[in-house]
Design a protein around this ligand. Structure first.
Ligand SMILES: Nc1nc2c(c(=O)[nH]1)N[C@@H](CN(C=O)c1ccc(C(=O)N[C@@H](CCC(=O)O)C(=O)O)cc1)CN2
Length: 295
């Protein structure tokens, strides 16, 4: 019984962070200290873990950390004030608002307030518009990480049939846009909860990206032998973290990413990449000590 080649995001992300550390050192030699800001609202354990990981990565490559934490009861106005403060903070090169936000918050109003020049997530309407139009701008971190991961593992993209399961704001929708750019030129089927027979779309694909947040959704009989399968969505249970791809897919797929240690570390590496790119373009940044605000 053969098993799929493991797509190792931790290893690729480590290489990218090593390279970024050199670029950060070069910026610092010019008196520029890039800084990442995060706005974290509420107690979601996943969000806390992801934001902690983002700041661990910052420390590793020499990027300053600016952490803003608000309670789950924070009002729309309080969150918007935090965004405006980071827009104005010269120590902050770029920042993100960790999603999801609590249900009483209008996420779109919050994202629209981010200065597009400081949008480290590429989720501001101006930057998503640039992506649609093919104008350079910051790219959403998970889709960017997925494309890097495929390239590093020599998975063909151009002309290949992709089945992207889930069309959320951070993964599926922007991934569809990025994969169909002239630089990628993949053929993409974007599946969602109203798609009839997702399994048939998946079986007809060379690459499956599972980003639905449904544990073990993709079964072995959804995968054509030798296809590449990326597990992106996760479900946290008392037994641990379950990915969107059933572990037995391993015996059918040619290449496969694990539920953790695959796309997740690449999302974080691409966030740092966006920050370094903003700083290198001459975006706002500062020299001096790391900043820790509200940690
Ligand atoms: N503002 C944003 N919010 C969210 C995004 C995003 O791109 N921008 N994406 C997701 C979650 N996400 C980013 O924040 C994310 C997911 C996973 C990881 C990660 O490192 N995962 C580890 C496991 C970590 C753990 O044990 O909890 C892994 O895969 O090894 C980082 C970031 C939703 N929100």
């Amino acid at each position: 019984m053969t098993t799929a080649t493991r797509i190792d995001g931790r290893k690729v992300a480590a290489g990218i962070k090593h390279q970024l550390a050199g670029r950060v050192a070069a910026l610092q030699a010019q008196g520029i200290r890039p800084g990442l800001g995060t706005v974290l609202v509420g107690d979601d354990p996943g969000s806390h873990s992801y934001v902690a990981g983002k700041h661990r990565d910052c420390a590793e490559v020499g990027i300053a950390s600016i952490r803003v934490e608000l309670p789950a009861t924070a009002s729309q106005e309080e969150i918007e004030a935090a965004v405006l403060a980071l827009n104005a903070d010269e120590a902050c090169t770029g920042f993100i608002v960790q999603l999801p936000l609590p249900p009483h918050i209008d996420m779109h109003r919050v994202l629209q307030l981010i200065d597009p020049e400081k949008d480290a997530d590429g989720l501001h309407p101006t930057n998503l518009g640039k992506l649609v139009l093919g104008i350079p701008g910051p790219l959403p971190c998970t889709p960017r990480g997925i494309i890097e991961l495929l390239r590093e593992h020599e998975v063909e993209i151009t002309g290949q049939r992709f089945c992207v399961i889930g069309c959320g704001l951070t993964v599926g929708r922007p991934l569809g846009l990025m994969l169909t750019r002239p630089t990628e030129h993949a053929t993409v089927t974007l599946c969602h909860e109203a798609t009839v027979d997702v399994a048939a779309h998946a079986r007809a694909s060379d690459v499956i990206v599972a980003a639905a947040g449904v544990a073990h959704l993709v079964k072995p009989d959804w995968v054509s032998p030798g296809a590449t399968v990326l597990s992106v969505g996760v479900t946290r249970t008392i037994e641990g973290i379950l990915g969107d791809v059933h572990p037995e897919v391993d015996v059918v797929a040619g290449k496969m990413s694990p539920a953790t240690g695959g796309v997740g570390p690449m999302t974080r590496a691409m966030l740092l990449m966006n920050i370094v790119e903003i700083a290198e373009r001459g975006g706002l940044s500062s020299a001096g000590d790391p900043t820790e605000v509200g940690a």
